[in-house]
Write a protein that binds this ligand. Structure first.
Ligand code: IPM
Ligand code: MN
Length: 368
């Protein structure tokens, strides 16, 4: 039997709580004969408290050796004063960069049972099924120079650099088109080519790859501000949206709210396929953050985290039946009205984090 090595990095805030629910799910699959091996390590503020860094070299080595990393969330007001280089978020950025996780897939699916939990009208979001493909290792997140300096006149000056090369755009473009071919065959590429040189290059490269390799897929270019507006106005016009690191960060928070709650959106961050083994480095994380305001109270919605494990089943381990079963279990639990506070409807009794995890395990049992 193949063993799948998982590294769990629960992180801070609600991270550990939602990760505990994933461990229940992993345990259930293990009992059913799927070979999962798990290790746990620190990242973010919790790593800083223990080691004065946001992730240790040892944890990085474990992440590199794992078949998949499951990541909770990092950050919180407790670490507001720590040096910038070791702030909690730096641990996540180091993982993304050093593991080469350039392709971030953020699906936004509106479960029928949740259409009323969205802040938008039911008819706008019901049946929504889109994916944001976010470039994750380039752009303004990593561009140099990146600095904050004090000038001679006493003023301060801050610089971030937005930078993309042809190769970086080509590879993320191919991920988006490949994905669209398995879906509704449409890619919307989003940038600001009306203002930014990186946007001009982005549009050129996407068009060229489209023409040369994917002319059977529909392509449109949408300026990023218009894309944000269209996402709120009529999100179902989209299938796959491909965009840079910063726009992807922003657009995916919008997409998350369309589905009812930020607590619903899973994500997969994938590296390039190793030509020898066919494997990809991969990290799976919910789109939501550490939510320090509700941490430790058992209120957090674990579905984005559990859904992220579902994406690991699908993308890292090729366990498609298992992934389908987990998705079905989540949908059934939602339909049965077992929901945390963020998505509970009016007059509905909200349950806790653990109740949702337990209900999903029970539903997995019932489905098999
Ligand atoms: C995300 C988060 C991260 C990002 C933060 C925590 C660094 O917001 O994954 O969307 O900006 O990429
Ligand atoms: Mn974000």
């Amino acid at each position: 039997m193949a063993t799948h090595k998982l590294l769990l990095l629960p992180g801070d805030g609600i991270g550990p709580e939602v990760m505990r629910e994933v461990e229940k799910i992993v345990g259930w699959f293990r009992k059913r004969g799927v070979g999962f091996e798990t290790e746990t390590d620190l990242v973010g503020g919790s790593a800083y408290d223990a080691h004065k860094v946001s992730i240790t070299d040892a944890a990085m080595a474990r992440a590199d050796a794992a078949d998949a990393v499951l990541f909770g969330a990092v950050g919180g007001p407790k670490w507001d004063g720590v040096p910038y280089e070791v702030r909690p978020e730096a641990g996540l950025l180091r993982l993304r960069k050093e593991l080469g996780l350039f392709a971030n897939l953020r699906p936004a699916i509106c479960y029928p049972a949740l259409a009323d939990a969205s802040s938008l009208k039911r008819e706008v979001v019901e049946g929504l099924d889109i994916v944001i493909v976010r470039e994750l290792t380039g752009g303004v997140y990593f561009g140099e120079p990146k600095e904050l300096v004090t000038l001679e006149n006493g003023q301060q000056r801050a610089v971030d650099t937005q930078v993309y090369t042809t190769g970086e755009i080509e590879r993320i473009t191919r991920v988006a088109f490949d994905l669209a071919k398995k879906r509704r065959n449409k890619v919307s590429s989003s940038e600001k080519s009306n203002v930014m040189k990186t946007g001009v290059l982005w549009r050129q490269v996407v068009s060229r790859i489209h023409k040369a390799e994917f002319s059977d897929v529909a392509l449109e270019h949408v300026l990023a501000d218009n894309c944000a507006m269209q996402l709120v106005k009529n999100p179902k016009q989209f299938d796959v949206i491909v965009t840079d690191n910063l726009f992807g960060d922003i657009l995916s928070d919008i997409a998350a709210m369309l589905t009812g709650s930020l607590g619903m959106l899973p994500s997969a961050s994938l590296g390039a396929e190793d030509p020898q083994t066919g494997k990809r480095k991969a990290l799976y994380e919910p789109v939501h953050g550490s939510a320090p305001d509700i941490a430790g109270r058992g209120l957090a919605n674990p579905i984005a985290m559990i859904g992220s494990f579902g994406m690991a089943l699908r993308y890292s381990f090729g366990l498609l039946d298992e992934a389908d079963r987990l998705d079905k279990a989540i949908a059934n639990v939602l339909a049965a009205g077992i929901r945390t506070k963020d998505i509970a409807g009016p007059g509905m009794n909200a349950v806790g984090t653990q109740d949702v995890g337990d209900a999903i395990v029970k539903e997995l049992e019932a489905l098999s």
